[in-house]
Design a binder for this molecule. Structure first.
Ligand code: NAP
Length: 251
């Protein structure tokens, strides 16, 4: 069965590793090409945009794709919308494979906001030391709050460089441990952590560290999910591939 996996996440990479060992399936992993040196996938892959929903629909036809799994990041809204439109028009089943969002627990000091501009505002008027792990695309919104000292962590250097008078870049790829995150935030005298509600284990240690240190967290909410069925586990994806109705829905 020809399956297209839209990836760029740990979930997609692990799914690809799992499917690599199944001779009845012919999966292809698609990456946007944002990361300069992506980890080498376990299955055949392609890199780069399709050219919108129409381009993706043409790709699906040309490669006679039978099922599509959208395992992109919960904040990658455009590709998910394109997948829904392209699969809808081509009559190809689409499954959304996403990690559940993080939930606040006892001791967490979270403020949830709708987007990056609201996050920049929520830090407040007084100059603060802020740990920013929001992804490169969201950085321009923080130019509206130039008074803070930002420690910006990303996998690759932001291009263009952040337009923030007081910032430092930390280039690193997770997973991180709670211990290392606590050490980092303590050494940097961080007061606010600003991040997106990406969910998943690989990057949750920073939230545990923030709780340990009693820091305030500003969490950008997830965009709304589309109409495609959504599952959170590899087993549920495998069941769907083999035609079982997905048992989990929503995020
Ligand atoms: P986006 O805004 O939803 O997509 C922008 C464009 O990039 C899409 O219209 C599509 O171009 C192309 N694209 C995105 N994902 C693709 C894929 N898997 N294969 C082929 N083309 C893809 O996405 P984004 O937020 O820029 O994220 C880009 C990639 O990074 C995604 O694959 C996502 O899983 C990963 N990622 C995103 C985040 C995040 O916070 N947004 C975090 C970690 C990883 P065309 O219209 O030309 O097809």
């Amino acid at each position: 069965m020809r399956i297209l996996i839209l990836g760029g996440t740990t979930e997609a990479r692990l799914l690809a590793e799992d499917l690599a060992g199944r001779p009845d399936l012919a999966p292809v992993l698609s990456l946007a090409g944002r990361t300069a040196r992506p980890l080498p996938p376990a299955i055949p892959h392609r890199i780069g945009g399709f050219g919108g929903a129409a381009g993706l629909a043409a790709y699906l036809r040309e490669h006679r794709v039978e099922k599509v799994i959208d395992a992109t990041h919960p904040f990658a809204e455009r590709i998910s919308a394109n997948a829904e439109a392209a699969c809808g028009s081509a009559g190809i089943p689409l499954l959304c494979y996403t990690r559940p969002g993080w939930q606040a627990g006892p001791g967490d000091r979270w403020t949830e906001v709708a987007g990056a501009p609201e996050a920049a505002e929520a830090i407040g008027e007084a100059p603060r030391r802020v740990f920013l792990t929001v992804g490169r695309l969201q950085l321009p919104a923080f130019a509206a709050a130039p008074r803070h000292d930002y420690l910006i962590r990303s996998i690759d250097p932001p291009d263009p460089p952040p337009d923030l008078p007081r910032h430092r870049l930390l280039l690193a790829r997770g997973p991180f441990t709670q211990e290392s995150e606590t050490r980092l935030m303590r050494e940097e005298r961080i007061e606010f952590l600003v991040t997106k509600n990406s969910g998943g284990e690989a990057t949750r240690a920073k939230l545990d560290a923030a709780r340990e240190l009693g820091l305030q967290v500003i969490l950008i909410r997830r965009p709304a999910v589309g109409a495609a069925p959504a599952v959170h586990t590899l087993d549920a994806v495998l069941a769907w591939i083999h035609d079982a109705a997905p048992e989990e829905r929503g995020v």
